[in-house]
Design a protein around this ligand. Structure first.
Ligand SMILES: O=P(O)(O)OC[C@H]1O[C@H](OP(=O)(O)OP(=O)(O)O)[C@H](O)[C@@H]1O
Ligand code: HPA
Ligand SMILES: [Mg+2]
Length: 184
């Protein structure tokens, strides 16, 4: 694997502040509603855990497990579902919780998949919106942090399954190892 170093992009304190802001917005919009949060594993588990502890509205939590990146820093474009939703969604207000929306391929797939369950509404909440990288135009209703590019890790996000436990968000800076390989 090409050598890389990590450069801090968003501090732990800033991430925590943005999570609190998102929880406030969601509390305002979902008061009195029958809410189901659906976390997209693995990446969303840290964000979802902190988000629900900042919310006042009562919510049900469920998960799906989708993967498309594997060990690469680029989407394969091919989504693998290895765990489906278990909660009843019909007539309920569903909020998809993502760690990052990048190409939009994952959220696009999720929206189409969950609509088949007949929810009353579906919205998308992401900690990080990499807004300049879309391959699919998807709605992002709640975004904590907007970044234009770079491959980032930490707070649930991985590179080849590493670095999910970092408390802030770090950019992976690929180093020229002399092999002539291009950085993604
Ligand atoms: O907008 P996109 O380009 O589709 O990228 C976003 C998705 O990619 C990552 O998942 P990944 O496939 O890495 O699985 P993981 O959550 O298990 O790391 C991330 O957690 C999002 O679910
Ligand atoms: O920038 C990223 N980092 C980690 N996982 C990701 N999945 C999509 N984009 C990213
Ligand atoms: Mg990943």
């Amino acid at each position: 694997m090409q050598a890389y170093r990590l450069v801090e992009r968003v501090s732990e304190a800033e991430v925590a502040a943005r999570v609190r802001d998102l929880a406030e917005e969601i509390d305002r919009d979902y008061e009195g509603k029958d809410v189901v949060l659906i976390g997209v594993l693995k990446g969303a588990f840290v964000f979802l855990a902190d988000l629900i502890r900042n919310l006042r509205v009562p919510v049900e939590v469920d998960f799906v497990r989708l993967a498309s990146y594997g060990a690469a820093a680029e989407s394969s474009g091919c989504i693998r579902l290895t765990k489906d939703v278990e909660a009843r969604l019909e007539g309920r207000d569903v909020l998809i919780v993502e760690d990052i929306v990048d190409t939009g391929v994952t959220v696009d797939w999720m929206l189409k998949h969950l609509k088949q369950h007949g929810p009353r509404s579906i919205k998308v909440c992401t900690l990080i919106d990499k807004f300049e990288c879309r391959r699919c135009a998807v709605p992002v209703d709640y975004a904590g942090i907007r970044i234009s590019g770079g491959f980032v890790v930490g707070y649930g996000l991985d590179f080849a399954e590493k670095h999910r436990g970092l408390k802030g968000i770090y950019e992976v800076e690929f180093l020229n190892d002399g092999s002539g390989g291009a950085a993604p």
